[in-house]
Design a binder for this molecule. Sequence first.
Ligand SMILES: [Mn+2]
Length: 354
Amino acid sequence: MLKKLSVLLLVLALVSVCPGVPAEEPASPERTVHADLLLTVDYGDQVTYVIGHKSPDADTVGSAIAYAGLLQQLGISAKAAVAGPVNQETKYALDLFGIDQPEVLSDAAGKQFVLVDHSEYTQALDGMRSARIVGVVDHHGIGDIRNTERIVVWSLPAGATASIVWSAYQACDVEISREMARAMLFALLSDTKNMTSMNVTKLDREAYADLNAIAAVDDVAGLYDAMKAAKSAYTGMTLTEIFYDDYKEYIVGEYTFGIGDVFADSEESILTLSERIEAEFPKIYASSKMDMLFCLVSTENRTRMIWCGDGAEALVRAAFPDYDGSGSLIFEPKAPRKSKVVPPLTRALEEKQK
Ligand SMILES: [Mn+2]
């Protein structure tokens, strides 16, 4: 109930500061409520890195760039960064728009961050437990990061983190430049599959309409298709690199597991690609630190899941009662990692430890 209420309050707060609504009173230094709150946080003298999760995807990178841009506009010394090299999809969009790739950091210790698109240490840059976190922008659940200071956390169940960043610009009444609109637009397109995903909310639609107008991209559907093609081409990458291209780790009690999300460009390549990864899986598993590894190979319509590690098969049996014991699991329609794979695996692992 409390959670519902606070989300409602945040939404109301956001609505109340939308631009176009004349201010009731001439706010002292013409700053909105949310801009004021962002500036209430103590950033000290060091630079604030805005960074997304490991195996950065387009939403993580575009959101980091745009939120760093917002903080800069408010006079905060902020810089976008990434926790690893950007993927082919993101590289395509950045190159197309002439936007610089954010700096790649390898260790968070001693530095200061705003986290975007994640809020758990397993997905954060190494050393994050020894870093200072001064903000979070995320559309997943609340993870395990800790900070007892007063910071700004934007957490909304939107289709993309980029939409929340967009709403932060609205709440702070900061004008969105064409470059920032393009960064948020490619992020939004990627996470919502060009606004066709089931997770699309009204906020995403409003963000999309506004960003589209500012970004002035001739053919948005064509941009999305080209990004998708760049992603599934995996040009010049080893099978291990393909597995880790879009990869996330999870901890449930005393168990750890990782899931790679691999994109196939046709029904046939679901099988060929997943069989090639399967052959390489024991080697990938041996050099990982996880108890179990899972790999999803999907087109827009179908997913084949394979796994490796002690107890992985038994876990699949417990999590997915339809599993036929054939050594792999087919999902139709496609199984998004976040909504259809992580929750059943997590529940089954929790059950196992009761
Ligand atoms: Mn995201």
